[in-house]
Design a protein around this ligand. Sequence first.
Ligand code: SAM
Ligand code: SF4
Length: 325
Amino acid sequence: MNDAFQRKINYLRISITDRCNLRCVYCMPEEGVELSNHEEILSHEEILRVINSAVMVGIRKIRFTGGEPLVRKGITSLIERVNEIPEIDDIALTTNGLLLPKMAVELKKAGLKRVNISLDTLSPEKFRRITRGGRLSEAWLGVETALEVGFDPVKINAVVIRSFNDNEVYDFAQLTAKMPLNVRFIELMPIGVSDLRGRDSFMATAELIEMLQNRYDLVPEKVAGNGPAKSYRIPGAMGTIGFISPISNHFCADCNRLRLTAEGQLRPCLQSPQEIDLKTPLRGGASPEELAQVIRLAISSKPEKHNMEQAGWAGNRRCMPQIGG
Ligand code: SAM
Ligand code: SF4
């Protein structure tokens, strides 16, 4: 279905939990986010009902996210069941990778084809700091396992933070030379209650590209399924480098997505606090068509663009794990 700005909305990102086994400083406060009660979170059956209605309005791609989606019990069987819905042609997962060594084989068997792994630094000490206690070796084993079991592509998402990991862009670029990884640098967004609220932490894509171009040839490349990322390859490299620039280069004109929070609220836009309640009709016995009607309403109320720059950190106090980043 098209929204009011003639954008075709075919992608649903579903947060299946607001829980996480890390505490990244740009994502959530040290004590974690206020967790929803178990009963508040949509069950697998409810998520499947949403997806079945979503395909009626044209959703073809599903991404599971969170919080950390792999801490949710039964995610493998959920993926297996989504994989049986013929209209869904793409199932993806965004994860911090920690549980992949244990779960990658079963996830692959269940029908998951590709994963995005969030990894902001290649330094064990910085990884511990940015995640407030995580071990890089575990996340890295997740990356290696993802490649070993044959997820394709394996994307690495790195949020760039000035004076923290900006000097690592070359190391990440080098990774793409020798490993078939799609590394994507993401601009820090003013979302949630973070330790990195100062404007000083933000670094725009243009500056990163300039840094990399001083050292490498960056050849533009089209990477399928790379959404809003602009992608390049260093000649001869096995992988690619991408840039996701929600702040410096609005990609809202090409937005094709809708979000579902773990508590069953539809979010037409990542940044806007507007939410459309899907849980009440879900739990009130709504029919598939009635649910589809609510999804249509959410699609038609997508704003033209976000206003993160103007709103700043004050504008959005729900953290990514609550929204489904
Ligand atoms: N736990 C999983 C993970 O880390 O991949 C999935 C959920 S996490 C909220 C999804 C993505 O949101 C991660 O890549 C994370 O880096 C990103 N993210 C969280 N807060 C952000 C912020 N303020 N600015 C930019 N990206 C952010
Ligand atoms: Fe957890 Fe992902 Fe947020 Fe890090 S970015 S705290 S791994 S939800």
